[in-house]
Ligand binder design. Structure first.
Ligand SMILES: *[C@@H]1O[C@H](CO)[C@@H](O)[C@H](O)[C@H]1NC(C)=O
Length: 239
């Protein structure tokens, strides 16, 4: 039924009204029966998210397209050195791909923000605690992204390995001692924080899709990068 609801109905879905009243009269989440909330959580998401909305579809496409794009291009470069030849230098080629990836990710963030603004806020998420949890997630996510960029440098961040620009050794310090992929999980934390700050059910769904897509990307990139470094080890032994 959620798909066919008009905008006016989605503002005030029938099975959500009761909880909205409870939340509003108590001025927060403190007095809410959490087991009741869990049950309505997924149902509530269904009522609030319109998957046919064009800005939602656009955001999903951007989320799926980006990692697909950079993995395909980088693998093609690794196999053919096509980009390095085109630009005359692996460094220049890597910088250009990095620049395109930054633009694509800016567009993804933009399309997610538009999708969140287009669709309804969710009263259940409008508590002060949730707002501050969102702020904390964004601070944490930004810390992960910035510190891993500083640790890896530009070429290390933007798939330099695939261009033959290898790191001297594996980076193991902060933030890589917290998670193997701080860039991906930091970016996911940022989107989750943004969704909570905006009290946006659509933001939550989009963040879940980001997390799924990144998990798939990591399962492809991790072994491939390891293989590149294995190849260098063998190459060095032969010399
Ligand atoms: C990661 O490294 C940082 C800096 O070296 C350190 O302060 C932090 O405690 C480490 N964290 C873990 C979980 O080991």
């Amino acid at each position: 039924m959620s798909h066919s609801l008009g905008a006016a109905d989605r503002q005030n879905p029938p099975d959500q009204t009761k909880h909205t009243v409870i939340l509003d009269c108590c001025g927060g989440l403190n007095n809410v029966d959490y087991s009741e909330m869990d049950l309505t959580f997924l149902g509530g998401l269904r009522n609030y998210v319109d998957p046919h909305n064009s800005s939602f579809v656009l955001a999903v496409i951007a989320i799926i397209f980006n990692p697909l794009f950079w993995n395909l291009v980088a693998r093609w470069e690794h196999h053919t050195r096509g980009l390095s030849r085109l630009f005359g230098s692996p460094y220049l080629a890597c910088y250009c791909l990095g620049f395109v990836i930054i633009l694509l990710n800016l567009y993804r963030s933009h399309s997610m923000t538009v999708a969140m603004k287009t669709q309804t806020r969710w009263t259940v998420l409008e508590g002060t605690e949730i707002f501050y949890a969102g702020v904390a997630l964004m601070v944490f996510g930004t810390l992960l992204v910035v510190s891993s960029f500083l640790a890896l440098g530009f070429t290390g961040t933007f798939l330099g390995d695939y261009f033959g620009i290898l790191m001297d050794e594996k980076v193991t310090g902060f933030p890589f001692n917290i998670t193997e992929n701080p860039m991906y999980w930091g970016s996911t934390a940022n989107y989750l924080g943004l969704a909570l700050i905006g009290a946006s059910p659509v933001g939550l769904v989009l963040t879940a899709i980001v997390a799924m897509v990144y998990s798939v990307a990591i399962s492809f990139e991790g072994p491939f990068t390891e293989q590149i470094y294995e190849e260098r080890k063998h190459h060095n032994k032969q010399e």
